[in-house]
Design a protein around this ligand. Structure first.
Ligand SMILES: NC(=O)c1ccc[n+]([C@@H]2O[C@H](COP(=O)([O-])OP(=O)(O)OC[C@H]3O[C@@H](n4cnc5c(N)ncnc54)[C@H](OP(=O)(O)O)[C@@H]3O)[C@@H](O)[C@H]2O)c1
Length: 257
């Protein structure tokens, strides 16, 4: 039987690139996001190009009931890989941002990840094989002014992934936190984040490096040399200094405009 991967946030960007990457490696797919038309087009592309079975389930992960429906779909057939990728950013000073949007962000990036992971792990452990991939960020390593809730979510994802990876040692199930920097997707435009045009990595390259790291069972991967430099600096500075550094960099890049 072929291996099967569930990818959240598959309708665009890194999630879409991951779907094509897994399909090219022969994985059957369960693809989810809100945009059903984009998911269906992608599923058809995966099936035509790679001959894999690609199922689609449209779900708004800000809604816990929709996450439960996805959990049920995930449990119908054995799953080799779970990719928790769906996400979005919120830009602005915390005093001025919308709390409803922030609670949605927690549901999409944290609660859905926890629900899906807890649901699929027992069967992975029983089979002695499986992969969990969590798409975190270089911001996981820093406090990011004007993206406070987003960056805190990404720190949660990194910390959770690291602890879970340790707990699962020797059980055949590996957990990888993928920590991309700027990637050329819809992400920044959707959040109203400014950026010099053309900046960042291609989502296909991020997806390829993420797949390789996950299959190798690596606990973390930071794609791209300059992203690794940024992470190194963040890890070696006190929290306040790291926050000042990223704020300076983001002002310089026009991110905070
Ligand atoms: N691009 C970057 O620079 C960058 C850097 C570091 C980390 N990341 C992370 O990479 C991941 C993917 O982002 P991306 O760059 O590929 O951006 P993207 O092109 O905007 O893709 C985000 C995906 O998440 C889905 N999504 C958003 N809200 C959702 C919701 N309420 N329910 C279900 N799905 C939802 C979107 O689908 P629908 O709109 O169809 O629901 C879309 O498929 C995110 O977790 C992001 O934080 C991105």
């Amino acid at each position: 039987m072929g291996r099967r991967a569930l990818i959240t946030g598959a309708s665009s960007g890194i999630g879409k690139a991951l779907a094509l990457e897994y399909a090219s490696r022969g994985f059957d797919l369960l693809l989810t996001a809100r945009n059903q038309a984009q998911l269906q087009a992608l599923a058809a592309q995966c099936a035509d190009r790679c001959g894999v079975a690609a199922q689609v389930l449209a779900a708004d992960l800000a809604d816990p009931a929709a996450t439960e429906a996805l959990v049920l779909a995930a449990l119908k057939e054995p799953l080799y890989t779970l990719v928790n990728n769906a996400g979005f950013a919120i830009k602005g000073e915390f005093v001025a941002t919308d709390i409803g949007e922030e609670l949605d962000l927690l549901n999409v990036q944290l609660i859905a990840m926890l629900r899906l992971t807890k649901a699929v792990l027992p069967a992975m452990i029983a089979r002695g094989e499986g992969r969990i991939m969590n798409i975190a960020s270089v911001y996981s390593f820093s406090a990011v002014p004007r993206q406070a809730v987003y960056s805190a979510c990404k720190s949660f994802m990194l910390s959770f992934s690291g602890a879970l990876a340790h707990e699962l040692r020797g059980k055949g199930v590996r957990v990888t936190a993928v920590c991309p920097g700027t990637t050329r997707t819809e992400f920044r435009r959707r959040a109203g984040i400014g950026e010099k045009s053309g900046a960042g990595m291609a989502p296909e390259e991020v997806a390829r490096l993420a797949f390789v790291a996950s299959e190798a069972g690596k606990a973390t991967v930071v794609p791209g040399f300059w992203n690794r430099v940024f992470v190194f600096a963040s890890q070696h500075l006190p929290l306040a200094a790291a926050a000042s550094l990223v704020s300076y960099i983001n002002d310089h890049r026009g991110v905070n405009k």
